[in-house]
Design a protein around this ligand. Structure first.
Ligand SMILES: Nc1ncnc2c1ncn2[C@@H]1O[C@H](COP(=O)(O)OP(=O)(O)OP(=O)(O)O)[C@@H](O)[C@H]1O
Ligand SMILES: [Mg+2]
Length: 309
């Protein structure tokens, strides 16, 4: 498959087959004069190699904070965090991070933007041109190499961002609401594109989105966060969803509806009227849920209310 060969084998190895990412009872507090409580608490999360984890939850529950920790940009305050089985005291190697805000350089062309991380790494001019051109082609932008971001559609700019991230052959791909600004049709196209682009590779992905439909279309697991400070309220394993179908067909699956209702209850049960995360009634951690998930709607209702139904 094109994506597999273009990405190639990762050079960043994990210790003894350890998960790519492990959070154990992690809390994060931002330093600052107005901060009085942690942004996230008690986070337990394991991200196996090759998995695609979607993180959903209301604004302010700590989704971006989780990605910052994974990247090595942000240190945890309590608990244990491991990347590739190790605790690091520097930026984590092998990370590709598509941040919440678009970060293309407007004065650089498509080719220049994609090649930038290779330039920073000191890759030779010839090699970075070859790799960047191949990556641009793989995201369907072969004929746009010399255009500037302002000349591209939103979907094309997203593909440039993705290409710029993948060109470094990351071990872990972090994506923070990458398709949030796109219209519904383009969003579905980009989801299909992303799926096809990483299918057959061993790339591990953590993908943050507000959109449950998107999470269910893309993920192997969906992690629903809630509360402020944020906690993991539920983890849904999506083994029972058909995977070789389009996002529209997927929505017609009965299992899809059960997951959607379950996740929605976990998230919406902890929203204020104006749609923000509430600071009280934080749901219990995933230890209280049935991880096998035969009846996710029931499991979710228990978590949303904090008691057995
Ligand atoms: N640099 C910072 N300094 C202080 N507090 C911060 C900082 N960044 C985030 N926070 C706080 O931490 C909490 C979690 O923020 P975070 O950005 O992780 O949420 P989020 O779930 O990604 O929200 P959104 O969906 O709006 O992007 C919020 O209460 C936020 O105000
Ligand atoms: Mg965010």
């Amino acid at each position: 498959m094109e994506g597999a060969s273009a990405l190639g084998a990762s050079t960043t190895q994990s210790i003894d087959g350890a998960p790519v990412v492990e959070f154990r009872d992690v809390s994060v507090t931002y330093a600052g004069k107005n901060v009085t409580r942690p942004a996230v608490v008690g986070i337990d999360l394991t991200v196996p190699k090759g998995s695609f984890i979607c993180v959903v939850g209301p604004s302010g529950c700590g989704k971006s904070t989780i990605l910052h920790v994974c990247s090595g940009l942000l240190k945890i305050s309590n608990g244990e965090f491991r990347y590739l089985g190790k605790e690091w005291n520097k930026l984590h190697p092998g990370i590709g991070y598509v941040t919440q805000r678009e970060t293309l350089l407007p004065w650089k062309t498509v080719l220049g933007n994609i090649a930038l991380p290779l330039k920073i790494k000191g890759v030779s001019r010839q090699e970075r041109r070859e790799k960047s051109e191949a990556m641009a082609e793989s995201v369907g932008l072969k004929d746009w190499l010399n255009r500037y971001p302002r000349e591209l559609s939103g979907g094309m700019r997203q593909r440039v961002q993705l290409a710029r991230t993948l060109v470094t052959d990351p071990t872990l791909l972090l994506m923070d609401e990458p398709f949030g600004a796109l219209d519904a049709v383009l969003r579905v196209r980009m989801q299909e594109f992303l799926k096809s682009r990483i299918a057959g590779t061993d790339l591990t992905t953590i993908f943050v989105t507000h959109d449950l439909t998107e999470a269910l279309a893309l993920g192997d697991q969906v992690v629903a966060m809630a509360g402020a400070p944020g906690r993991v309220g539920q983890i849904s394993y999506l083994d029972d969803l058909p995977r070789e179908v389009s996002p529209l067909e997927l929505r017609q699956s009965p299992a899809y509806a059960a997951h959607e209702i379950s996740l929605w209850k976990t998230i919406a049960g902890n929203l204020s009227d104006d749609g923000r995360a509430l600071s009280s009634d934080v749901p219990p951690g995933p230890d209280l849920m049935d991880e096998a998930g035969p009846d996710p709607a029931c499991a979710s209702a228990q978590q949303a209310t904090g008691r057995n139904a």
